[in-house]
Design a protein around this ligand. Sequence first.
Ligand SMILES: [Zn+2]
Ligand SMILES: [Zn+2]
Length: 245
Amino acid sequence: MTGINLPSGIPWQARLKDLTDTVLNFVFPPVCVNCKKPGALLCADCLAGVPWLERPICSHCGRVVNRPMARCPGCLRHPLRSIEQVRAAVLFAGDVPDMIHQLKYNGHFALAEPLGDLMATAWPRWEMPTDMIVGVPLHPDRQKKRGYNQSDLLAAHFGRRVGLSADRRALQRVRNTPPQVGLNAADRQTNMTNAFFAERDKVAGKDILLVDDVCTTGSTLQAAAQALLDAGARRVSGYCLARAM
Ligand SMILES: [Zn+2]
Ligand SMILES: [Zn+2]
């Protein structure tokens, strides 16, 4: 009757955004941040070339190992006591580090969509019990500087794709910790102690899936998970876009 033929069941806000995106993409076609080919923010070729995380892995921390094991040497030295298991979609290798750098530091927040898609694609392989997804929060000062939290954006997009709800207010970063780069596993754990606070009324009794962009030693996930358990969460697992080796 309106003369505009749109599929039903999609809220008007989503239709409007879709229409705006179509017009913007026509006027300013996006360019692949990786290979500079016009057409999409991350082109199909670059997405097809990502190194997926494959078994065998340590079934606790998700590191790639040469044979299946319950606890790898890294886990035995620095156990992630508060976390059931950590998994990731891809390896922090090939073009992935640069894609994540563009997402975090070059203002390309829209990359959370194709990168969140990678997490959704790999999810059936690693599926973990989840009542609620929580993106690892940044300290408010850091988020103000960046303008967004890449982990929240990944959590929201991945959650929409797999039908899980994400909550941005369940967990807060209450201490502005120095960057983890250059620290060993033990120093990373000390650096993150008491960095988070979780809201009991949101998390108590729930299985929480923490979402982050990169997992290196797992110390950030461990500290966030401890805060969630302290607030009454039942179990906490971690799911990252990329696993550093
Ligand atoms: Zn490309
Ligand atoms: Zn391990």
